[in-house]
Write a protein that binds this ligand. Structure first.
Ligand SMILES: NC(=O)c1ccc[n+]([C@@H]2O[C@H](COP(=O)([O-])OP(=O)(O)OC[C@H]3O[C@@H](n4cnc5c(N)ncnc54)[C@H](OP(=O)(O)O)[C@@H]3O)[C@@H](O)[C@H]2O)c1
Length: 275
């Protein structure tokens, strides 16, 4: 499998998202901005932010300082406020805060506020996309029943991605199967278990064979599964380490060993079962 840092995944709307991105939850202020700039200098072309992280301004400043062309960078954010008007208003706010003309991807951060509000929020994102304020639209933390709701109500405007917690320890098979059936790509968040997995001996054993770290192993695992992955770090050496995952390949047997680590639970919130 010939993957590299420029590898992209083709979305159902025809656009190509860089398969590896930098997660920026808790990357704030000068530290966050410098980390994002460091990522751009080291070949990352994709940032994953959210209104809730309160660092869209940092994402915008890091991009503007990078000297990169807008079309060569992928910037994602997520809407917290649900409902139609609130969503439209918050898209404008997110653009203003980051000083951007458009976002590449806007996600509904979670299905939490209930059916009516999330469907109205989805209509808001469809209209923001029509207005050119956001190029692609998707969801996050959607369970199978939330995806089915969109299939019923907006069969011609399905999300291009569902961003969920995903790692060998929490593989979300049902959700993944349902999404892929409808060409909704999976974005893996917390691929390192928020740092909890980076020293586990069962990972180190396999990583050592390849002279790699457990973090690199976990990221490579998601890449070989064909999903998008957004590890977070504000540490320059780790930002580089997490992108240095293209000079080795996991065998089928190693992937199977990692698959066997499934625990059925994750390390953070799980709104996928919300009514
Ligand atoms: N949609 C959602 O609901 C949702 C939820 C959670 C996360 N996310 C997105 O997914 C991104 C990633 O998930 P996450 O931030 O929860 O966790 P993560 O990427 O699994 O782990 C990040 C943690 O691991 C540490 N780390 C990173 N690289 C490392 C390495 N090579 N060696 C050792 N430690 C390392 C980081 O420390 P330092 O930063 O100190 O280096 C940080 O503490 C988020 O930033 C966010 O963009 C989305």
């Amino acid at each position: 499998m010939s993957l590299n840092l420029a590898s992209t995944i083709k979305l159902s709307d025809g656009r190509a998202i860089p398969q590896l991105g930098l997660g920026v939850y808790l990357s704030k202020g000068k530290e966050g901005e410098v980390a994002m700039q460091h990522a751009f200098k080291n070949g990352y072309r994709h940032l994953d932010g959210a209104q809730w992280y309160r660092n869209e301004a940092e994402m915008g400043r890091a991009f503007h300082a990078s000297g990169l062309k807008r079309e060569d960078v992928w910037i994602t954010t997520k809407v917290t406020n649900h409902g139609y008007e609130k969503t439209l208003r918050s898209v404008d706010e997110s653009l203003a805060v980051a000083k951007l003309d458009y976002y590449d991807l806007f996600l509904l951060h979670s299905p939490n506020p209930g059916r009516e509000l999330r469907l109205e929020a989805w209509r808001g994102l469809i209209d923001a996309q029509k207005a050119g304020k956001v190029k692609s639209i998707g969801v996050s933390n959607y369970g199978v029943h939330h995806i089915q709701e969109l299939l019923e109500k907006y069969p011609n405007n399905l999300p291009v991605v569902n961003q969920i917690e995903y790692s060998p320890f929490f593989q979300r098979n049902e959700i993944v199967r349902e999404c892929l059936k409808h060409d909704i790509k999976i974005q893996s968040y917390s691929p390192l278990g928020k740092g909890a997995f980076v020293d586990l001996p069962e990972l180190k054993q396999i990583a050592d064979v390849h002279k790699k770290t457990p973090s690199q192993l976990l990221i490579r695992y998601v890449l070989q599964k064909g999903h998008i992955v957004i590890p977070k770090s504000v540490t320059p050496s780790r930002i580089e380490e997490n992108a240095d995952v293209y000079d080795f390949e996991l065998s089928g047997q190693e992937i199977a060993k990692l698959d066997a680590l499934e625990t059925g639970s994750g390390v953070t919130w799980d709104p996928t079962k919300a009514p």
